[in-house]
Write a protein that binds this ligand. Structure first.
Ligand SMILES: NC(=O)c1ccc[n+]([C@@H]2O[C@H](COP(=O)([O-])OP(=O)(O)OC[C@H]3O[C@@H](n4cnc5c(N)ncnc54)[C@H](OP(=O)(O)O)[C@@H]3O)[C@@H](O)[C@H]2O)c1
Length: 165
């Protein structure tokens, strides 16, 4: 999700900060991130910086830490991570959004023709390029799923279906 989010945000002309581990820093820069924070070395919720939009794809912070890192009218979107994070966004997000200027909540992708057409245009224009981590043959789907479930894939995991012809 992060590799697409960075590129889509850049296509909108946004200044993007990516948060990732050391081994992914160069990759985030290569897909356009303006700033990269290595989460093994720096806590982006404690560096004094604030962000207009935080997309949490796999972060492990509490909702109050994300709130601290939001600018006064910022928005936090929880789209992936642990069950506890999903719970916090669903239970506390609406209250925080109603009582203050910061908006916090969760997002579940709802594919639709308009968005997919927009993505097609970005892909065709080369503004978004899928980052592929590994390819597995169909016979190794269980291994591919195990790799994904470990939560450290560095891009898309592709299943290759061989054709006889
Ligand atoms: N809301 C929706 O509609 C929707 C749709 C699709 C997926 N999801 C969810 O979104 C999440 C991301 O999915 P994904 O497909 O991108 O694959 P993923 O395999 O869950 O993400 C792997 C990436 O997350 C990074 N990561 C792990 N912990 C991190 C942390 N604390 N801070 C920053 N990065 C961290 C890993 O880097 P390192 O190994 O270097 O840490 C790796 O690059 C999952 O929880 C998935 O279930 C939600």
């Amino acid at each position: 999700m992060g590799t697409f989010a960075v590129q889509i945000a850049k296509a909108f002309g946004t200044e993007v900060t990516a948060v990732c581990s050391t081994r992914n820093v160069d990759r985030m820069r290569s897909i356009g991130a303006d700033h990269v924070i290595d989460y093994t070395k720096e806590d982006f919720t404690k560096n004094g910086k604030q962000y207009d939009l935080i997309l949490a794809a796999n972060g492990d912070r509490s909702i109050s830490e994300y709130k601290r890192a939001l600018s006064p009218k910022g928005t936090y979107v929880m789209s992936g991570g642990s069950g506890a994070q999903m719970f916090q966004a669903m239970i506390f997000g609406p209250g925080i959004s109603m009582t203050g200027s910061k908006k916090m909540g969760n997002l579940l992708a709802k594919p639709n023709k308009k968005d997919l057409t927009f993505m097609k245009e970005l892909l065709e224009a080369g503004k978004v390029v899928p980052v592929i981590d590994r390819c597995y043959p169909l016979s190794e789907v269980p291994e591919a799923i195990r790799y994904l479930e470990a939560g450290h894939a560095r891009g898309k995991v592709v299943i290759t279906v061989a054709h006889n012809n």
